[in-house]
Write a protein that binds this ligand. Sequence first.
Ligand code: UDX
Ligand code: UDX
Length: 464
Amino acid sequence: MKITKICCIGAGYVGGPTMAVIAQKCPDIQVTVVDLNQERINSWNDENIDNIPIYEPGLGDIVAEARGRNLFFSTDVEKAIHEAQVIFISVNTPTKTYGSGKGMAADLKYIELCARQIARIAKDDKIVVEKSTLPVRTAEAIKSILDNTGNGVQFQILSNPEFLAEGTAVEDLIAPDRVLIGGDNHTEEGRKAIDALVNVYANWVPKDKILTTNVWSSELSKLTANAFLAQRVSSINAMSELCERTGANVNEVAKAIGMDSRIGSKFLKASVGFGGSCFQKDILNLVYISKSFGLHQVADYWEQVIIMNDHQKRRFANNIVQTLYNTVADKKIAFLGWAFKKDTNDTRESSAIYIADDLINEQAKIAVFDPKVPENQVFLDLNYLETRSSEKNRKNVEVYENAYEACQGAHAIAVVTEWDEFIGYDWQKIYDNMQKPAFVFDGRNLLDGNKLKAIGFVYRAIGS
Ligand code: UDX
Ligand code: UDX
């Protein structure tokens, strides 16, 4: 089977970049990305390529090249489903905020809605691909909905989890470590569907990097990868606290152990805690699945990764309060960064939100500057926590368009995102305009502590 038409439901951080790269690499395939959110689709279609809704280095050029040629963004979900041979489901699967599994299980309502819609519309055989991260065995539920509510056509379900990291999405998609495709390898039709998707990726990914497995292995591998990565961050963050007490330096420790080829150097940067849309959600999901199988030790083991991460965020906020003579009431604290990591405008689960929330509880005035996060997003994030009224958040937080203004008159600076531009700032100028003593809390070990100390700052970094 040769694929010529693909549709993707969900024009988000995963669906958008992934489809853009498929379209760029496969000019013979028509790729249509659909979304319920009209505003988001309008932004993807904006003539000014700088206005596309997702910031990723290199993404603008790719969209500019393929858009209108074989890459389309639309809200006409039905038409796109009707025409496509392959339908990717890339809608969000947030942690449930209600009912059983609240705060842990993945909320699959959007997935189910997609499945029902596909079943209703499809008039010929379709391959349905799970792109969203899903609990293991979700494909079974999708299959059952499709087969029981459909028009008698055949559906093949594949799992093709995305391993891209935000900020490096384009790189990760163009040169992936591996592509994982899970499908029903026991039937002829299943194998054909797997091959069809393999051939799409084979347009640019070497065949030996395209791994095929059964559906359940593929679903579980994605959760496992994220759990292992998050665990490394929590492990090094746990050591960062011990380093602070003992005079060891966590960067030196990380370097020393990272050179052990059995351990490796990646994901060993101590930080204010991991954020992002995936790690916490996926681990909670893993914990929930383990519990539901009665595997309580397995659940507790993974839950500790989250507990450590929450601790690291709170510890950072506490450290600021304690160092500023146990009170931050009415003190201006500048936040450099708000996104969950550099090179993205995504703020989901960003540590900055929780640290700001703790400090506002202590009546601090927060001054935020992030190169890519707009003002309204900062308030959306704080209001979402429902710790206090939105008026109170407005009163305690100000968002600046310029870092120097954000730091003007501040008692302390908290570096919470590792944007490269922070390194090159005129730190002497920043220091001169701050309250004295002026403090820098470096939550990313980004800045040169020796240089800042020479200027006169009181410098504190995570783990040193
Ligand atoms: C993705 C994956 O889907 C998620 O499972 C993974 O764990 C994280 O990354 P992401 O692309 O980051 O999610 O989510 P988001 O940026 O919120 O995009 C989802 C899009 O789907 C939104 O634009 C939303 O409007 C759209 N959507 C949602 C639909 O079009 N239909 C729906 O029924 C639900
Ligand atoms: C992650 C996975 O890496 C990706 O494979 C998956 O598909 C989606 O989830 P993402 O959340 O985009 O990607 O970013 P990632 O680079 O993994 O960082 C997650 C968080 O961990 C960030 O807040 C980051 O700052 C933090 N982190 C990462 C550290 O604190 N230290 C590190 O050494 C690495």
